[in-house]
Design a protein around this ligand. Sequence first.
Ligand SMILES: Cc1cc2nc3c(=O)[nH]c(=O)nc-3n(C[C@H](O)[C@H](O)[C@H](O)COP(=O)(O)OP(=O)(O)OC[C@H]3O[C@@H](n4cnc5c(N)ncnc54)[C@H](O)[C@@H]3O)c2cc1C
Length: 389
Amino acid sequence: MDIELSNEDLEFRNEVRAFFEENAYKNGEDFNKWRMDWFAKAREKGGWDVPKWPKEFGGPGWTPTQHYIWEQETATANLPWDLPFGLGMLAPVLMAHGSKEQQDRFLPDIRDRKVNWCQGYSEPGAGSDLAGLKTKAELSADGTHYVVNGTKIWTTMAHIADWIFCLTRTDDSGIKQQGITFLLFPMKQEGIEVKPIITLGGSHSVNTVFLTDVKVPVENRIGEEGQGWTYAKGLLQHERTGLAGISRSLVALEKLKEQAASVPRGNATLMDDPAFRGKIAELEVDLWATEYTELRSLASAAAGAAPGPESSILKLKGTEIQQRIQKLTVEAGGIYSASWGAKPAGPAFAKNGMGGYMSSRAYTIYGGASEVQKDVIAKNVLQIKRSSK
Ligand SMILES: Cc1cc2nc3c(=O)[nH]c(=O)nc-3n(C[C@H](O)[C@H](O)[C@H](O)COP(=O)(O)OP(=O)(O)OC[C@H]3O[C@@H](n4cnc5c(N)ncnc54)[C@H](O)[C@@H]3O)c2cc1C
């Protein structure tokens, strides 16, 4: 695709930059108020608060190049935090498969950032083999509600979430992809217990969620009973595209080069070291190649297509690149990177080196492990058939 910026595109870029500058957080401001005002003003710009939503649901209806510009500019701007679960994952499923009532009920609160969602997919025995999930949902005798029992694990932000979108099993008589039902229910209710899991990076973001006789009204079911696998897969493709983080990596790589140029090595700096430069060059080439794949994906999304299996290429390459940046940051920080958690020493950037590296181990696991993405690419992009032997 052509990414030469036209005069209109340059004008759009200036407008985006001006918006970010005018609405930047100012020291001492009430953070929550600033965050909500920011989204309200972005909405007034014509759907800038929901850039990836289609026009018919209030999105801006940008061209692929405008999306590209937005991605580039958001990577360096200081934007209010946003969780992806409602806005980027559940919303597209509601738009494609939810009833009009469900769209009217849930989309406005997602857009207004009033309700935090979490994703109840993985279970202790069902991660890569997600279709093997066992959390059971039984329809009540009067057909008004489901009773849900089971355990979800690795549920990000379950401890602050108001609602969960949850895969449940309503029938186990057929193949495992059949009989899965997609339910929505509030987290703050009887029968739900959330226990924290502290990860390698030392932070609390994931949890185990125990579900005991949780009542879910049938009107909270997305689509048809037993058809949840189709909806779940569509959501995963949106999730995977969102995890690639290409623009952020482009910025992080430039920062890494600056950091390496500040580390003395002999009479010069680490950035002059041929071995280190080689690693940076290899990373940069991979990053550019992945950026072009993202641009193709943006172009088809802007033309109205849902993300396809190519989202697995973005997830695979994008997360590996993020990990390589973290690894080289630790390398650039040298022995000082090891002072993680203790009193920092050496260059300032080394302080977060090891914590970032540890946390980055999860990037190639969540949203579907790298091996699973390779399987999807082999089957659905390269059309390689499994050997019958
Ligand atoms: C930080 C973090 C946040 C997460 N957040 C959420 C969340 O919010 N909601 C949610 O539902 N889940 C979440 N997950 C779960 C995540 O999606 C799973 O961890 C992931 O799908 C892998 O499943 P698993 O942990 O059961 O590992 P397993 O499936 O047991 O895999 C173990 C290893 O075996 C490999 N493997 C498995 N099957 C194959 C195969 N067929 N071929 C080759 N290799 C294979 C895997 O690649 C992996 O290396 C999160 C995970 C992490 C680490």
